[in-house]
Design a protein around this ligand. Structure first.
Ligand SMILES: [Zn+2]
Length: 127
């Protein structure tokens, strides 16, 4: 009907459940405490490794994001650099075209109303 022992943890007397329990040195409470501690230790260890792996993932994600943003910024800057001369060229072309058109229009205007014909008309009106 069990062996009476003194718990090595808390010093309390306790009776083992079996007569052959020679390897039992702790009372139920201390045994379950130790078990609890072991469970908690395992749980904590798992949690810690999970946190570590989560931190790793966050770090990897951050560096990935940094790289992505960096690439995107670089691409955008390159894009702008590549497009700026094109835009400037287009503006320059438009300016030249407009100037040409204005010149042509001016020439036509001068040809139609300018100089002699205008004076002739004026003279004709005056006459
Ligand atoms: Zn105990």
């Amino acid at each position: 009907m069990g062996i009476e022992k003194e718990c090595v943890m808390c010093g309390a007397n306790f009776t083992t459940r079996s007569n052959k329990a020679t390897s039992i040195y702790r009372c139920e409470a201390c045994h379950s405490d130790k078990k609890q501690n072991r469970i908690m230790a395992t749980y904590t260890k798992n949690l810690e490794s999970q946190v570590v792996s989560l931190e790793d993932r966050v770090l990897r994600l951050e560096s990935m994001l940094d790289t992505t943003v960096e690439i995107m910024v670089k691409a955008e800057v390159m894009n702008q650099l590549n497009h700026t001369p094109v835009v400037l060229d287009a503006v320059e072309k438009l300016k030249i075209d407009t100037e040409k058109k204005l010149m042509a229009l001016n020439t036509r205007l001068v040809g139609m109303t300018g100089g002699h014909s205008f004076n002739k008309k004026k003279k004709k009106v005056k006459k």
